[in-house]
Ligand binder design. Structure first.
Ligand code: HEM
Length: 480
């Protein structure tokens, strides 16, 4: 009996497989790795850095539109050409997200980046666009200042010896975003913060491993693996972290409501028509989206600056030309806007090290772009990182002058998209740029950075770009 049922099952699965292959026949002749190569990739043990490097290599090897049958019943197209990227990202017809992104809900709640319910997404995106464009955004530099002082102290305690920028800046980035969004200063709660960061990192690793396995992506099979408990624990811990603060903040706001004209983020959220549950879910998302990305960008920028003392000097000169020599003066929003060279350093960092190296979409309708057919219901991964390399001369060189106005006009349209494009682009991009500029200029004002000889970055991108072997540098204090 067992064997009969087993044979029927195999028969049904095979039929379904050929039905799917036929459904996507139209992209049969698109280039891509062979079935054997993909099979080996799936089965052989590999680190997340190996998987990341494999994906990044595919466009280089096969071209701007690559077909990969990684999931057994559905192909994915890996795309790195600006014209395809633009047509799809700017369209209002295509902007859904692949279902596997929903697995991240366990870590970050059902928030904007992973929402597949388009009507709900539209409503809530509108609410958040309104909040992000609001008054609170102008005053966020006061939050940056508070945390910059803590960062200064942490660096000061570790002068003249190698220190890994990643952990240092992740704590700092989390403290800032938490304070901005939830009005709570967690900078003195080291154990709690470290536990949250550990849970988040562990979750990303397990997630990346899951979505690259045709078996573990299935909930029932995943529950049988050891990683399931790690997954649940990370998910519970990160949810509890945000929820406990949110409850406390709401209670405080009820006891003493903010009657001034100067609203903060949480005031605006509580005034919106979002329910408590929706606020919680979106805050869980924003903390992850806002902390890890900005820390990644700041870390890679400082690492590169350590290797380029001449660029540090330019940032320093720009800073003192705007703010003078008094070390106790902090940059305000208007000062940061004047830091044009520092902004080119940030842009070049986001080109070489885009914190979100891939952008995901599911095509709702079939479409033809530049003679290529994109069938309906297909998952697309835009390789922003490949676009950032293949469209620039000497792409591995760190050259902020690419973004000087006289040169920036030569960058091919839609070749540079660290914050994506179109209706689902990054909602936090203004805050992010200001925060990175503030942090870089502040650090360079007070310290000089020095490289560690023989250290080379080992890139990996579970979701956010990281260096698997850290970003070590040496800080020395500036005397002037
Ligand atoms: C250097 C820092 C950052 C980079 C490079 C970055 C990049 C991105 C990218 C590539 C996307 C995907 C867009 C898409 O799917 O088309 C995105 C979405 C998003 N980002 Fe950022 N981000 C950064 C900082 C932030 C910050 C500080 C916040 C908020 C505090 C934020 C909140 C979001 C949200 C909510 C979305 C989803 C938008 C939606 O689907 O409607 N990001 N970001």
């Amino acid at each position: 009996m067992f064997w009969i049922l087993f044979a029927i099952l195999i028969f049904i699965v095979t039929l379904y497989y050929f039905y799917q292959v036929n459904k996507y026949k139209i992209i049969d002749d698109y280039p891509g790795p062979s079935a054997l190569e993909l099979f080996k990739f799936m089965l052989l043990p590999k680190s997340t850095a190996d998987s990341y490097k494999y994906f990044v290599s595919l466009n280089k090897k096969h071209g701007a539109v690559v077909k990969i049958w990684l999931k057994p019943f559905k192909p994915t197209l890996l795309v790195s050409d600006g014209k395809f990227i633009k047509s799809i990202l700017l369209s209002r017809e295509y902007f859904n997200k692949p279902s596997y992104l929903a697995l991240m809900e366990a870590l970050m709640g059902y928030g904007l980046p992973i929402m597949t319910d388009i009507n709900l997404w539209k409503q809530e995106r509108k609410t958040f666009s309104h909040i992000f464009n609001n008054q609170f955004i102008i005053d966020y530099t006061s939050t940056f200042k508070r945390h910059a002082v803590n960062l200064y102290e942490s660096i000061n305690e570790n002068l003249n010896q190698p220190i890994d920028l990643q952990m240092l800046l992740l704590r700092y980035g989390l403290n800032i975003v938490y304070d901005l969004l939830l009005n709570e200063d967690i900078s003195k709660q080291d154990n709690r913060v470290n536990r949250y960061i550990k849970s988040m990192k562990t979750f990303f690793e397990v997630y990346f491993d899951r979505i690259n396995s045709p078996l573990k992506i299935n909930d029932k099979i995943f529950k049988l693996t050891n990683n399931y408990n790690i997954w649940r624990k990370s998910s519970d811990e990160t949810k509890e972290f945000i929820e406990s603060t949110l409850k406390r903040v709401i209670k405080l706001k009820k006891e003493s409501p903010n009657k001034s004209d100067q609203k903060d983020f949480i005031d605006l959220l509580l005034e919106s028509d979002l329910s408590y549950e929706r606020i919680l879910e979106q805050l869980r998302t924003l903390v992850v989206a806002g902390a890890d990305t900005v820390s990644s960008a700041t870390g890679f920028a400082l690492y590169k600056l350590a290797k380029h003392p001449e660029l540090q000097e330019k940032i320093y000169q720009e800073y003192i030309s705007i703010l003078g020599m008094d070390k106790n003066v902090f940059a305000e929003f208007r000062d940061i806007q004047q830091m044009t060279f520092t902004e080119c350093v940030v842009k070049e960092t986001l080109r070489l090290f885009p914190p979100g190296p891939f952008i995901f979409r599911t095509l709702i309708n079939p479409t033809e772009i530049d003679g290529k057919i994109f069938p309906a219901n297909i998952d697309i991964i835009f390789s922003i990182i490949d676009s950032h390399y293949s469209n620039f001369d000497n792409p591995t060189e760190f050259k902020p002058e690419r973004f000087f106005p006289e040169n920036a006009c030569n960058i091919p349209a839609n070749a540079y998209l660290p914050f994506s494009l179109g209706p689902r682009d990054c909602i936090g991009k203004t805050v992010a740029i200001v925060e990175v500029k503030f942090s870089l200029s502040y650090i360079i004002r007070h310290f000089t950075l020095h490289p560690i000889s023989n250290h080379e970055i080992n890139l990996s991108g579970e979701i956010i770009l990281t260096s698997k072997n850290g970003l070590p540098v040496i800080f020395r204090k500036r005397m002037d």
